[in-house]
Design a protein around this ligand. Structure first.
Ligand code: HSE
Length: 365
């Protein structure tokens, strides 16, 4: 029985808890995966630690009613601990980190991840801030402590691109990764082109539908897509890209006229993020690009994301799917926890690999 500590308790965290509760029986019978929630700590909403377990449906109803986490009733509950104290004091073996994202500093999430990994706890995160800024460092801490760090949801939420690369496309040399990495901007561009909506109205609708970040500047000016480009470049291509080193342009200067003009020439605007190996270096950008309609990325509409992997052996492989959403991103956490469950004998105490070790994620010597 795994014991889960959840750090952050917003939309994604609640989506994950919903999935964990609704699929419990399926997870037990099909994957031999059993888990209970033993602690939740959210900087704004409060915290609870209850080693006997927190009943998920009642807890979700409590949150739905807008009540503070610390007022939830559970046997033996300890309340009032901050995220790091919770991680250190709880006996939980898996930390689900879904706290708020700061793309510039990666904090405080990076400190939460380090505390968890240093305590030898496995981690699943959907937070872009830490891997965009400190991926190598975090991976080292994980390895030093025989812990597993998983992050499938940081790019394209529950659409599994890291698993695709690590497993199905393994053996290929990936020369370029290019695509639509932000749902909000793709939704806005689609609404402007298909429904003749203004930029402002389309952005407002994207906010109402919950696609946009708390500050939508991160979406429309390309920072969110940039963070994902950096994560891809650094993790997949071993680059050293930073938020300041990659050229970035958003969509706020694209007018309805520009979109119409492109359409008359058989072209369609998309906000494209790309990382490409060029003469031993990795080049990257985020910018609006006019794509021919024959490009698979041109057909990706609404809040969908898509990535084309240009590989030496498989040619171009394109994957399309959701890049945001409560359940979709909550599902990314489930992908990671099931992988951790499968691999958790990966790093044995003596540093050798266990029978379930998989490529890319085992950190043994
Ligand atoms: N605001 C982001 C988007 C959410 O629109 O894609 C997922 O990172």
């Amino acid at each position: 029985m795994h014991k889960i500590i959840m750090i952050g308790c917003g939309v994604v965290g609640q989506g994950f808890l919903q999935i964990l509760n609704d699929t419990a029986e399926h997870l037990r019978t099909k994957y031999d995966f059993e888990a209970k929630l033993v602690a939740v700590s959210d900087k704004m909403k409060g915290s609870i630690m209850a080693e006997e377990g927190i009943d998920i449906p009642t807890f979700l109803a409590h949150l739905e009613a807008g009540k503070p986490i610390g007022e939830f009733q559970a046997p033996g509950a300890i309340t009032g601990l901050g995220p790091i104290e919770t991680i250190k004091q709880s006996s939980g073996d898996m930390v689900v980190e879904v706290s708020f994202t700061d793309l510039k500093t990666g904090e405080p999430a990076t400190s939460y991840l380090k505390a968890a990994l240093k305590a030898g706890k496995h981690v699943a995160t959907t937070n872009k801030g830490p891997p965009a800024n400190f991926f190598g460092e975090l991976q080292d801490v994980a390895c030093q402590n025989n812990a597993i760090l998983k992050y499938e949801g940081v790019v394209m939420s529950g659409t599994p691109i890291f698993n695709l690369l690590d497993n199905c496309l393994a053996g290929n040399d990936v020369q370029e990764i290019k695509g639509i990495l932000n749902g909000t901007t793709n939704f806005i561009l689609t609404k402007m082109e298909n429904d003749g909506m203004s930029y402002t109205d389309a952005l407002k609708l994207a906010q109402e539908l919950g696609y946009a970040e708390a500050d939508p500047t991160a979406d429309v000016e390309g920072f969110d897509a940039l963070a994902k480009v950096i994560i891809l470049g650094n993790i997949v291509m071993g680059a050293n890209l930073t938020m300041d080193s990659v050229p970035r342009e958003g969509i706020s200067n694209i007018s309805s006229q520009d979109i119409k003009g492109a359409a008359t020439n058989g072209l369609r605007y998309k906000l494209i993020g790309s990382v490409k190996k060029v003469n031993g270096k990795v080049e990257a950008y985020v910018k609006p690009v006019k794509l021919p309609l024959s490009d698979p990325l041109a057909g990706v509409a609404g809040a969908m994301n898509a990535l084309t992997f240009s590989t030496d052996l498989s040619g171009d492989v394109t994957i399309q799917g959701p890049g945001a959403g409560k359940i979709e991103t909550g599902f990314a956490i489930l992908i990671d926890l099931l992988a951790i469950h499968k691999e958790s004998d990966c790093c044995k105490d003596d540093g050798t690999q266990g029978s379930n070790s998989q490529n890319g994620s085992c950190c043994c010597n």
